[in-house]
Design a protein around this ligand. Structure first.
Ligand code: AMP
Length: 179
């Protein structure tokens, strides 16, 4: 496991978290492994180096850990999309459904401009509801979305197809059957 090149080997599964029936794919074990973290960041940004992108936009909270590293490596600015009430300035808001609940996402209304070309980063795509809310916020600001990159896809929940149907190309590094 210390030297695996299969990212799935670094991801821990916690059954019945945060509620019965959910298999929680815990990427903190990947983040804490130097090789796992580096492979994940390198593979996430690989398709985008050399493309015309101006900002990495990441989704709270695990997306920030990856998005910061990807933005730094690509030499780009970083913009957070946060849960309700966390951003201090004037915000755009979007409500969305989660695999386990409902929430609201916010983006500073001056964080992006029309000429921005954005890469979205998060750790995992499940139903795609979080990313869909992010896409709506980014498009509301007038910026263009180049793609969305995730470490994990849960194919049975259909999020990847939902996001591709919104004309956003998706890049994922691995997937887990079941939810
Ligand atoms: P969704 O909006 O359904 O695509 O959910 C994606 C967000 O919820 C991501 O930011 C994940 O961090 C988190 N998430 C949803 N389901 C899981 C799961 N089974 N394991 C780990 N994280 C999850």
């Amino acid at each position: 496991m210390q030297h695996s090149s299969d990212l799935k080997d670094y991801i821990r599964t916690i059954p019945d978290y945060p509620k019965p029936g959910i298999q929680f794919r815990d990427v903190t074990t990947l983040f804490s492994n130097p090789r796992g973290f580096r492979i994940a960041v390198d593979r996430l940004l690989h398709p985008y180096s050399g493309l015309e992108i101006s900002k990495v936009v990441a989704l709270e909270a695990r997306g920030f850990i990856l998005g910061g590293a990807v933005a730094h490596q690509l030499g780009l600015g970083f913009v957070p999309i946060r849960k309700s009430g966390k951003l201090p300035g004037s915000v755009l808001r979007e409500e969305y459904e989660l695999e386990y609940g409902q929430d609201t996402m916010e983006l500073h209304d001056d964080a992006l401009v029309k000429s921005d070309r954005v890469l979205i980063v998060d750790d995992l795509i499940a139903t795609g509801g979080t990313c869909e809310a992010g896409i709506k916020l980014i498009r509301h600001s007038g910026a263009e979305i180049v793609g969305a990159a995730f470490i994990v896809d849960l194919p049975e929940l259909g999020g990847l197809k939902k996001i591709e149907a919104m004309d956003v190309p998706v890049h994922v590094l691995c997937n887990f059957d079941g939810d």
